[in-house]
Design a binder for this molecule. Structure first.
Ligand code: DSN
Length: 446
């Protein structure tokens, strides 16, 4: 068998360039992280070769004795880490996990509630173009003008619409999710309550964010964000969930397979088992505590330079910059300028977004990946300073509403960006900082 480096030089070169990009830049998208070499190795193992439709010890294919072992191990570790009754580790990622929850608990057309996408919710929590809203009746709730969840609205809408299911979960929200308050409302109307902890699963696992488990019936998560595992998903059923519906675990399993998926990705299951073992170690708790400290240091550094943060700061691993003091729709400019500077973030809507999801007025950023590299408060202060400086450089570029004018404005901005010397200087400073925190020492694909 020919090794990758000899089999396909084009792909090797692309992977190597991506490795170099990751090594030399500052990854600050809050949903991203760097797995261990052990997780990557399991993910690239011979387990990718196997079909194993069904569940452990009840498969539709032969030869699954070792796959059963690895799936059992991943489940046992997830149950221990999150203290839940039942876990399905087969969802390909977070979106299929969430779809399986609908399939397990709702009939097409049933009403459900989730945080509006523009207010920090996920696509699968009912955004109008998502399958969730196409097949079920989405009733979105929002954040208040101060950026915090509007729990009064949640209760009012729940009483009015009597939803079958309520999501409490976030993708762009920097404060604690009040699971107990959600539970009171869901119990009052008899709804299933589901916590989507994709972003905060590492924080929940270590106690840095209160656990939803005592309050909700179901928990979904991805495994590649703060949990630092492979790209994958999980659905968990709590004791409260089984008390509400003793068949809930079976319904979830049936919804994942054969409801939505075929064969599970066994190489991912193995990598997930490795990541869960890592998350059970004491040093993972230290890591997550540092993620949160770094996030606060980053927020303070940016605020000190006059940057506005939604809700004024963060309780978790991410910050949301509100660029509306400089005008609307400027997220794209800041994201592109920071990209040139070697700082990877994503443009995002802000509460009361005056523009649109593609030309939003905010920036979402977080500290999980940088903390994995070993960076601490001192580095966050420096990085916060660079971000504020780059925002200062681009803040006066306007984002017109008219399509033709907008295209012209963006072209003008990109031309300016190509020639700006200070952003290039920052790029070199960023490279020097990243070089002090090597990511995968000795790893090369060439
Ligand atoms: N969960 C989204 C994110 O936070 O980036 C991706 O679906």
């Amino acid at each position: 068998m020919v090794a990758l480096k000899d089999a396909d030089k084009e792909v090797v070169e692309i992977i190597e360039q991506e490795r170099l990009r990751q090594e030399s830049s500052l990854e600050m998208i809050p949903s991203e992280n760097f797995t261990s070499r052990a997780v990557m190795e399991a993910s690239g193992s011979v387990l990718t070769n196997k079909y194993s439709e069904g569940y452990a010890h009840r498969r539709y294919y032969g030869g699954n004795e070792h796959i059963d072992e690895v799936e059992d191990l991943a489940i046992a570790r997830a149950k221990e880490l999150f203290r839940v009754e039942h876990v399905n580790v087969q969802p390909y990622s977070g979106s299929p996990a969430n779809l399986a929850v609908y399939l397990a608990t709702c009939k097409p057309g049933d009403a459900f509630m989730g945080l509006n996408l523009l207010d920090g919710g996920h696509l699968t929590h009912g955004w109008k173009v998502s399958a969730s809203a196409l097949f079920y009746h989405s009733v979105p709730y929002h954040v208040r003008p101060d950026g915090y969840l509007d729990m009064e609205e949640v209760r009012r809408l729940a009483l009015e619409h009597r939803p079958k299911l309520i999501w409490c979960g976030i993708t762009a929200y920097t404060r604690e999710v009040p699971f107990a308050e959600f539970a009171k409302i869901a119990d009052e109307v008899g709804a299933y309550l589901v916590a989507d902890i994709a972003h905060i699963s590492g924080l929940v696992a270590t106690g840095a964010h209160p656990s939803p488990v005592p309050h909700v019936h179901l928990v979904t998560t991805t495994s590649h964000k703060t949990l630092r595992g492979p790209r994958g998903g999980m659905i968990m059923v709590t004791k409260k969930g089984l008390e509400k519906d003793p068949d809930l675990a079976k319904k979830v399993d049936r919804a994942v397979f054969p409801g939505l998926q075929g064969g599970p990705h066994d190489h991912t299951t193995a990598a997930l088992a490795v990541a869960l073992k890592e998350a059970l170690q004491p040093d993972f708790k230290v890591y997550i505590a540092q993620v949160v400290k770094n996030c606060q240091a980053l927020g303070m550094a940016m605020a000190a330079k006059g940057i506005t943060l939604v809700t004024g700061g963060s309780d978790n691993h991410m910050q949301l910059i509100d660029l509306t003091p400089f005008g609307k729709g400027k997220g794209l400019y800041v994201q592109e300028a920071l990209d040139i500077a070697g700082i990877t973030v994503n443009k995002n809507t802000v509460p009361g977004e005056p523009s649109s999801p593609f030309y939003p007025s905010g920036i979402r950023l977080g500290t999980p990946a940088l903390t994995t590299r070993g960076m601490k408060e001192q580095e966050m202060e420096q990085i916060g300073g660079w971000i504020a400086e780059v925002i200062g450089l681009v803040k006066d570029f306007g984002m017109p509403d008219d399509k033709a004018e907008r295209t012209e404005a963006i072209t003008h901005f990109r031309k300016w960006l190509e020639g700006d010397a200070r952003i290039r200087e920052i790029r070199e400073e960023v490279r020097a900082l990243a070089g002090r925190f090597p990511l995968y020492p000795g790893l090369t694909y060439r």
